[in-house]
Design a protein around this ligand. Structure first.
Ligand code: NAP
Length: 541
């Protein structure tokens, strides 16, 4: 049914994080009327929601920013190698102000549904305040990790203390002084929070299901001279990142670990450990493709854990047994050292599973732990989770969730579009390089491609762009084939969906290299958007 009183815009964008802000900037500068809907009351996306203690980025700050504006790069000064959440949030607020983006962002609004209206050939977007809006283009910038995973644990509603998820942290500082704190989960979020919590709380109990390979971040403040030199090198740096395998100017060692003697391997790993950051992951070219090389890296990290952690039993519990890197490499500050503190207890919940949350704490198969505060650092329903939270329906009223068989059959073209959902674009969607690339760089590439594409459609009077089924079948197959040459697919992680009970296992990150991917996107656009059907409508209502 037509409803002419509903507001219409050229584009609706979801989310005001790195992706949504830049998408708005691009579309507005090309003259498209655009509105961004953001569930939070401020910009920042993941950096708005993740305010847990110790939250910081594990990509170096001088690379973890936009590169579309030289002026912006010159104006902003990062203070340290791995920026804290607050600093990144300040940066994104600065960007929003500098480019006057706020006037087209509506805060505290959630998009409940987006249905493709075939009669009008527009997307009808349903907001949680009861209103609706029509848009020619519907663009998601909701990230890959925004659907929090709060495990369905018996008794949580009877817990008398306070509980939080790291991804929905309160704005007001939580005071841990004198408190008995429990934390479930030892992924990137948990490992960042644990050392900080241990210092603040009276006692900290860590409930660990799977130990992690974590490497010292070796954070430090930048000096003025260093910042000045990065600004001078901006163009070189930008090109290096945009033409790289993973959106970073760092080059991976071009050798297999198997080419080096044991003593040389040790030296390479020691140097990488001392350098900190992702140097370890880049120390050889086959850590994620060759099981023998992988085991060497894993052995090295286990030896470090034994060196650092004084109690051998605790060290053993903290030592991962699965293949290195198949869960995301974590960076930490004094993580293993924290277990030498008297006020920290490690509980292995694989050995002794959590039975229930009681009024006063956590009860495992073997013990009861009294707590004032319980923290879930239990991660996210990644990749498809954020999209499935919205009722997205394409042609014929088919729901995205149904088309993708609830995750069992995800099909996309370039991770950007999916057949039957015309004029829908997913920034860093499933089957794009996304989280295995430095995110702001991956986002810029997607946003620029989408903006140029929409401009092309306008210039050629094309109303609808839909993906061909064959093109998406081929892309998805290619994506799976590349992933299957790596060890990633063998790991139980959020990458594979193994972290969510009942979720279909699939690896939805394109691993063919960001440089190759970017070239492919450009070629497709230059070949008049091969793989898409471009349609002109005779009459538009
Ligand atoms: P995560 O890596 O998925 O870790 C979740 C942790 O919770 C795991 O240890 C998991 O154990 C545990 N867990 C989940 N459900 C559980 C249950 N029912 N019982 C007991 N334990 C349970 O999540 P995350 O730490 O939030 O990190 C997610 C991703 O966000 C990271 O990989 C990274 O990409 C990004 N991130 C980045 C930064 C950064 O830049 N520094 C910081 C935070 C997050 P299992 O391993 O056994 O599943």
């Amino acid at each position: 049914m037509k409803n002419h009183s509903i507001k219409e815009v050229d584009a609706v964008v979801l989310g005001a994080g790195f992706a949504g802000l830049y998408m708005l900037y691009q579309l507005r500068s090309k003259g498209f009327s655009t509105v961004v809907y953001e569930a939070g009351d401020g910009v920042g996306g993941v950096w708005y929601w993740n305010r847990y203690p110790g939250a910081r980025c594990d990509v170096e700050s001088i690379y973890y920013n936009y590169t579309f504006s030289k002026e912006l790069y010159e104006e902003w000064n990062w203070t340290s190698r791995f920026p804290e959440q607050e600093e990144i949030l300040n940066y994104l607020n600065y960007v929003a102000d500098r480019f006057e983006l706020r006037k087209d962002i509506q805060f505290n609004i959630r998009v409940n549904a987006a249905h493709f209206d075939e009669e009008r050939s527009k997307w009808l977007i349903y907001l949680n305040n009861g209103s609706q809006v029509y848009a020619k283009y519907f663009i998601t910038g909701i990230g890959c990790l925004s659907a929090a995973n709060i495990p369905n644990m018996k008794g949580l509603n009877q817990f008398k203390g306070k509980w939080y998820h790291t991804g929905h942290w309160p704005h007001k500082k939580v005071d841990f002084t004198g408190k008995r704190v429990g934390i479930i989960g030892t992924g990137s979020s948990g490992i960042q929070a644990i050392p900080v919590l241990a210092k603040e709380a009276k006692h900290l109990t860590v409930f660990q299901r799977t130990p992690q390979y974590t490497i010292p971040a070796r954070n430090h403040f930048y000096d003025e001279e260093f910042i000045r030199s990065t600004k001078e090198n901006f163009e070189t740096l930008k090109q290096a990142m945009r033409n790289s395998v993973a959106g970073s100017p760092h080059q991976q060692n071009d050798r297999s670990a198997m080419e080096d003697s044991e003593s040389k391997q040790q030296q390479v790993f020691e140097d990488a450990w001392a350098e900190g950051g992702f140097a370890f992951a880049m120390s050889y070219n086959d850590l994620l493709t060759n099981e023998q090389s992988n085991e060497k890296a894993a052995d090295f990290i286990r030896s470090k854990i034994r060196e650092i952690v004084k109690d051998p039993k605790v060290a053993e519990r903290l030592s991962p047994k699965y293949m290195y890197g198949t869960k995301r490499q974590v960076l930490d500050t004094d993580y293993f050292e924290t277990y030498n503190r008297d006020n920290v207890l490690l509980v292995d919940v694989k050995e002794s599973p959590i039975d229930e949350i009681t009024e006063t704490g956590v009860k495992t198969a073997d013990d009861q732990y009294e707590l004032d505060i319980l923290i879930f650092a239990t991660g996210y329903d990644g990749m498809t989770g954020p999209l499935f939270k919205i009722d997205i329906k394409g042609r014929g009223g088919i729901a995205l969730k149904d088309k993708w068989e609830n995750g069992a059959s995800v099909r996309t073209y370039l991770g950007l579009t999916t057949a039957g959902f015309p004029n829908l674009f997913m920034i860093t969607g499933p089957e794009s390089p996304s989280v295995l690339v430095n995110m702001p760089i991956a986002i810029e590439q997607h946003v620029e491609w989408i903006a140029n594409c929409i401009e092309y459609l306008r210039e050629h009077d094309i109303d609808l762009m839909d993906t061909n089924v064959q093109a998406e079948e081929e892309w998805s197959k290619h994506c799976r084939e590349v992933a299957n040459t790596t060890l990633y697919v063998k790991g139980d992680s959020w990458y594979t969906g193994a972290n969510i009970a009942g979720k279909h296992r699939s690896f939805l990150i394109y691993l063919g290299g960001f440089d190759y991917y970017t070239k492919r996107c450009i070629e497709i656009a230059q070949n008049n958007f091969e793989g898409f059907t471009l349609q002109k409508l005779k009459t538009m209502s």
